[in-house]
Design a protein around this ligand. Structure first.
Ligand code: ATP
Ligand code: MG
Length: 429
């Protein structure tokens, strides 16, 4: 019998689940530093020794990748949010220590590592897998881009050894997870907020609804390519970048006062791209700016972050600030390395004003979906919120205000999609 396997290859976190004959779900566990988790960081690391092909070292993935990166004192290449690039035909391959890897190669390393660990726990996984995909891939501009992204994702999973690959929308999978706990039927709006995308499904769930074909149960799906990473970028822009010279000026060789180019800070946003700022041309430009800057301390800080490859540390400090603001009304952003110290107090209200555009795009997407299927908020029995970014109070408020707090349910933030994919795999076999 084929095994009922579900893979949630998330932008930030991945998970793998197996459903048994009784639709009982087991999640793969990952041991790390004496603890056990059921999610696996979607992160890859290439040790500097990967340069030496004879040593056969390519990459490590998941929590070990972060450990090795930190142990190697920030040398080597750490790559995150790979899924975000799937829809971008411009990202075909990247060079790591002189070797070219396609995006498909990189994703397949991740899947292989995760499945390898799961196999030790669950036994041979077999050829069949149900894999989640967002309704619209991040960065995509239409159906063609989504099809292109799905095609590349399929290739990556096939390269990791699976022959029979079935895709399911991530929010539909989350609906199956939610449904598994229900004893009555409901019309539910699933809202899954991750690292790269926010996805929505309007679907009938419950013991009787389950007997209808899926095509009749799903009223509509939609999504936007904005989620946790986009919120981090707003903290980077509003809190961190001004300390590193954004908005400051320098005197050009002709004596003209010029603003420090904004594009440099755009690269910081893709923190794992920081190494690209080490090119000869950018290094020379930064040296010139630093020499002629009206606030050279700030540019010195920027150069320090680039030189010392501190992108990951910066990203962690930003994420920590964001997570703190899900709980508290105010917090202090702190980043320290040698003589560079950035300390900045901020409130949840500040953060909410910066992410207004993102939460606005999420709300519009929900309204569009309801309008398209001809329903209003009162027709929806329940809203099920899941995914890491659903912890953000401003994201929650979108639903509280439209549907009423009493209709909101939340849960399975990190595992709902993988669990639901395994249930889908069970029902298909
Ligand atoms: N308490 C919290 N407050 C705010 N954000 C959080 C919190 N916990 C996690 N996050 C954010 O949630 C995101 C990760 O969520 P999740 O694991 O659901 O995403 P993913 O499934 O990997 O991504 P996607 O579904 O978009 O491919 C990250 O951006 C992380 O910073
Ligand atoms: Mg997800």
């Amino acid at each position: 019998m084929r095994r009922a396997l579900g893979l949630d290859l998330g932008t930030t976190n991945s998970a793998l689940a197996l459903a048994g004959a009784e639709r009982d779900v087991t999640l793969a566990h990952f041991e790390h530093r004496g603890g056990v988790t059921d999610t696996f960081r979607s992160i890859l690391y290439f040790h500097p020794d990967a340069r030496d092909a004879r040593r056969g070292i390519t990459s490590v993935a998941g929590p070990t990748a972060i450990d090795e990166y930190l142990e190697a004192d920030g040398t080597g290449r750490l790559i995150q949010s790979l899924k975000t690039y799937l829809s971008d035909p411009g990202f075909e391959a990247t060079s790591v220590f002189g070797r070219n890897y396609t995006l498909t190669d990189l994703l397949s390393f991740l899947v292989r590592a995760l499945c390898g660990l799961a196999e030790k726990q669950m036994g041979a996984l077999g050829p069949r897998i149900v894999v989640g995909r967002p309704v619209h891939f991040s960065g995509g501009k239409g159906d063609d881009d989504d099809a292109f992204a799905e095609g590349r994702l399929r290739k990556a999973i096939a390269a990791a050894g699976f022959e029979d690959i079935v895709f399911e929308y991530e929010p539909v999978a989350a609906a199956y997870y939610y449904e598994s706990r229900l004893d009555h039927d409901e019309l539910v709006l699933i809202a899954d907020f991750g690292g790269g995308t926010s996805d929505f499904s309007l679907i009938r769930v419950g013991p009787s609804a389950r007997k209808s074909p899926q095509s009749e149960r799903i009223l509509g799906n939609d999504g936007v390519g904005l989620a946790g990473d986009a919120l981090d970028a707003k903290i980077l822009h509003n809190v961190v970048s001004p300390y590193l010279g954004l908005g400051s000026s320098y005197r050009s060789m002709l004596g003209k006062e010029l603003p420090v180019p904004v594009w440099i800070y755009g690269k910081l946003r893709r923190w794992h791209h920081l190494s690209f700022l080490k090119s000869k041309r950018t290094t020379e430009l930064l040296r010139e700016i630093q020499d002629q800057s009206l606030e050279p301390e700030k540019i010195r800080g920027l150069v320090h972050i680039i030189d010392q490859d501190l992108g990951y540390h910066l990203y962690r400090a930003i994420e920590k600030t964001k997570v703190a603001l899900s709980k508290d009304d105010r917090t202090t952003f702190l980043f320290e390395d040698e003589s560079l110290r950035i300390e900045h107090a901020l409130t949840r209200a500040d953060f909410e004003s910066w992410i207004d555009e993102e939460t606005g795009a999420m709300s519009e997407c929900v309204d569009r979906l309801l309008a398209r299927v001809g329903l209003s908020a009162k027709d929806v029995d329940r809203v099920f919120m899941t995914g890491g970014t659903s912890f953000v109070p401003a994201v929650r408020r979108i639903f509280d205000s439209r549907f009423g707090a009493e209709k909101i349910e939340a849960g399975g933030e990190m595992i709902s999609v993988a669990s639901g994919l395994a249930l889908r795999a069970h029902d298909l076999s």
